[in-house]
Design a protein around this ligand. Sequence first.
Ligand code: UDP
Length: 333
Amino acid sequence: MKNVLVTGGAGYIGSHTCKALAAAGVQPVSFDDLSGGDEALVRWGPLVVGDLRDTARLAATIKQHAVDAVIHFAGRIAVGESVAAPWLHYGANVAGSLSLLEAMRQGGARHLVFSSSAAVYGLPDVPWVSEEMPLQPISPYGRTKLMIEQALRDYAAASEQRAIALRYFNAAGADPDGETGELHEPETHLIPLALAALDGGKPLTVFGDDYDTPDGTCIRDYVHVTDLADAHVRALAALESGDAPAALNVGSGRGYSVREVLTVIEQVVGRAVPICMGQRRAGDPARLVADARRIRQALDWTPAHSTLPEIVASAWAWHRGGAKATRGQVEAA
Ligand code: UDP
């Protein structure tokens, strides 16, 4: 069986991708420091606990498992944290990724699927953001992603290494079988925070309703994490066939406002999310929706699960079941 190294395989998108790889007949070998992930989510292959900046350990793992392809999720994701503590983001996302690229060189692994982000676009003032838009990140987090995208192009020009950067819009939802889901600590994302508010947590703070959008709240493009995982499996195949674009948006192409998300949650769960209105969050664009035509064509990818009701229903099922079980919060019956 072919082995693929998955950095961040114990994380949210990483664990869903491990499941998708295993279903495609590929063994995922997770490499994770468990700082943001959970060992309990590594269910489809071995786990190596290690730091991305340990180049020798990574190279040894690549050689030991005869890895030719890597999917690189590991890194820090909170935009606010990147402003307050940029060294954490440059350290993990830039130094960590460069260490991985060096380990791939030493270990002879050629192909890389890189977790990039719509944050590389900054504040695009267009209804649908295509890959050709100027790359003007406004946060240290976004800059770390752009720096690595640039490094990948330079490495590809000078060596056998080939990469695809997948620019995620808003990953959401959970595995339809309930085997994995979102477990961020601390949680900062809209849907899990809204579900926690419904389940006795503190009311959700809506970050502003004075944006230039129809209902005043921010519009985002939510992609089901299972569809996102599928995009990675397809990106690997495209790298192997030698026909891979450098960067692809991964989005549904459909935007929902915060209020629309809350309405769908109310419809799915049957109760209204308790909210309080807050200030705008720094760095939030009013609207961020993918022009997702290129990935559909390049990878023959269709977001099969990315309607908002399906995203919310799967996230709610995970919140009520798997997430609590994994955190050990399920009360003895
Ligand atoms: N949001 C919010 N309250 C929260 C978290 C998020 O109103 O507690 C809004 C946020 O301003 C954005 C949308 O929900 O418009 C999605 O935010 P999230 O943090 O989930 O993802 P991001 O768009 O930052 O990647």
